[in-house]
Design a protein around this ligand. Structure first.
Ligand SMILES: Cc1cc2nc3c(=O)[nH]c(=O)nc-3n(C[C@H](O)[C@H](O)[C@H](O)COP(=O)(O)OP(=O)(O)OC[C@H]3O[C@@H](n4cnc5c(N)ncnc54)[C@H](O)[C@@H]3O)c2cc1C
Length: 539
């Protein structure tokens, strides 16, 4: 991963000329602006401050390869991949970098690192792929003798598939593509494909309650975890790999979503499925977002939803169409859409089915009937295939937008079907007001992409011309949207997790007593308070 952005060098996805026009016309962005990241040698990095005896003992435990404190490794672990993270690191600010990065290759070595760090009051930040967008991997050093980032990258050997039970025990440090490749060798899939799939890990997904793009069909990661093994400073917390249990409150649920504040998830047993023989992705259009959401609700409540179900609101559809007008992956979708009678100014939806040929055809037919009854018109398979091909592309575009001085960020929530329209409007208005009021005209757009019988997620993308104080501009927008979410009854996060950025809104979710219960668990498992300080739990 590039230290200042997404992906690797040579994989950039540049903005199209249509996108440049749109940024100028709609945001007032100056096309001549270029704000590239500072050269690597100008990144400002504090000297490593790990006490020498701790460093020596860590090297003894892990070997020289298992403890790194070179400049490149420390900068690579200084921040996650949120907009404010990228603004800071691109400007050369790596002041949050850990003193060292530990790379234990076994759960026993993880335990040794935690023991040493607890003894010397060194903070430990579990680090999977580092794709957190909520400040989840940013080291906090106040009150500690040093900070170690514990990278799971070397705990990535085991993928142990039980074909009979359709489960797999998997090491936490496996990245998405390698995990799917190894499962594919056994003819199965986890079916978990977050947009960050290429650079995020199984352990990170479990620690953040991640939702993949096909989570309506395959389930969120919390549905897919059968058992976890979590090494804490107080010992190992392991849960049994059984399909169900009535043995009291679920400790697995305590670990899932614990964001590294209790311990390190070293492996998990996950539920897998036979790899699909057929995939069918297609496009539909509706006259409005409200009409489309209602049709999706009916389809989901009838048990007929697809595996992937996405509907863009009017603004997201308009932007997609504008970008399509100059060609690119969505061009065909755009042409078809514009030909639609009566749906100009409406909304585009993508649905995708996976399974055996027969299953896909049966499910497709049922869903199509309900979608048509809800007002949808079929756009055929091309828009669906275009979406499927480019489903990991957007994060690459973000780098180019930042280069051009554009604020671009996303946030997400979920609520009941009966509250969905109200929440959609409240967040749109909050973001628009916060960004317009600061001298720039924003673009705010949204889509629904995860369906449940009782409700759905809302995923907002917002763009604005970057102001001189880019971080203050972002904070105002983020705060306004979060306040609107909480006031309108949404969850503060549907899948990005709490991290540092959502902590102040956790009480609105769990209540003060709920937070005390979580704190009590942390005090028992992490008495020295070294595990990922400053995350999940409010101060
Ligand atoms: C471009 C982009 C697209 C994204 N798309 C999605 C999406 O579609 N769906 C989604 O759910 N999220 C998405 N995210 C958010 C992010 O990718 C997820 O939160 C992901 O689960 C993080 O995995 P990771 O391995 O990168 O974890 P990290 O970012 O390294 O860590 C995330 C948190 O988990 C903790 N942690 C990591 N590994 C462990 C472990 N083994 N044990 C204990 N704690 C651990 C960390 O300390 C941190 O608090 C996206 C992010 C980006 C930048």
């Amino acid at each position: 991963m590039r230290w200042w952005g997404w992906g690797e060098d040579g994989h950039a996805v540049p903005l199209s000329p249509a996108a440049e026009d749109l940024l100028r016309d709609e945001l007032g962005a100056d096309p001549s602006v270029r704000k590239p990241p500072v050269p690597f040698d100008q990144v400002s990095l504090p000297d490593p401050g790990l006490p020498q005896p701790v460093r020596e003992r860590l090297v003894t435990a892990l070997g020289a390869e298992g403890l790194r404190d070179d400049r490149e490794t420390r900068i690579g672990h200084a921040v996650g991949r949120s907009y404010p993270d990228l603004v800071r690191i691109r400007s050369g600010d790596a002041s949050s970098a850990p003193d060292a990065v530990a790379l234990p290759a076994s759960a026993e070595l993880v335990a040794a690192v935690l023991g040493l760090c607890a003894e010397h009051r060194v903070a430990v930040v579990p680090f999977g792929g580092g794709t957190s967008v909520v400040g989840g991997v940013e080291p906090v050093r106040e009150g500690f003798a040093g900070v170690v980032s514990l990278d799971l990258g070397r705990l990535a050997a085991t993928v142990d598939v039980d074909r009979t039970s359709l489960t797999a025990r998997v090491d936490a440090g496996l990245l998405g593509p390698e995990l799917e490749r190894r499962l594919g060798e056994e003819g199965v899939t986890l079916g978990h494909f977050p947009q960050s799939f290429e650079y995020s890990t199984l352990g990170g997904w479990v620690a953040t309650r991640s939702a993949g793009q096909a989570s309506t069909g395959y389930g969120r990661i919390d549905d897919l975890v059968e058992a976890v093994r979590c090494v804490t400073p107080a010992g190992e917390l392991g849960t049994k790999a059984v399909p169900a249990s009535a043995a009291g409150p679920s400790l697995r649920e305590l670990v899932v979503g614990s964001e590294g504040v209790l311990g390190v998830i070293c492996d998990a047993t996950v539920r897998v499925r036979p790899a699909p023989a057929a995939r069918r992705y297609e496009g539909w259009s509706f006259t409005s977002f409200a009409e489309g959401c209602d049709a999706f609700r009916v389809m989901e409540q009838a048990g007929a939803a697809a595996d992937v179900n996405r509907i863009s609101d009017e603004d997201e559809t308009r932007l997609t169409m504008a970008l399509a007008s100059s060609g690119g992956t969505t061009e065909k979708l755009g042409r078809r859409y514009l030909r639609m009678r009566g749906h100009e100014g409406g909304c585009i939806a993508i649905v995708g089915f996976e399974g055996s040929e027969e299953e896909v055809e049966d499910r497709r037919r049922d869903a199509a009937g309900l979608l048509r009854a809800g007002g949808a018109v079929s756009l055929g398979h091309r828009p669906g295939e275009a979406w499927h091909r480019s489903r990991y592309a957007a994060p690459y575009l973000r780098d180019d937008l930042l280069d051009r001085g554009v604020l671009v960020d996303t946030l997400e929530t979920a609520t009941t079907w009966s509250n969905l329209a109200k929440l959609h409007q409240a967040v749109r208005e909050a973001l628009s007001a916060a960004l317009t009021g600061r001298g720039t005209q924003p673009l705010v757009m949204c889509h629904v992409s995860h369906l449940y019988p009782s409700g759905a997620s809302l995923y907002f993308t917002f763009l604005a011309r970057q102001e001189d104080d880019a971080l203050a501009q972002w904070k105002a927008a983020k705060t306004a949207a979060s306040e609107a979410i909480v006031a309108t009854g949404g969850t503060i996060t549907h899948h990005h997790a709490i991290g540092r950025d959502h902590r102040r809104w956790l009480a609105a979710e769990d209540g003060e007593l709920g937070i005390e219960v979580l704190r009590a668990a942390k005090e028992r498992l992490d008495p020295a308070g070294i595990m990922n300080p400053g995350k999940l739990l409010p101060d």
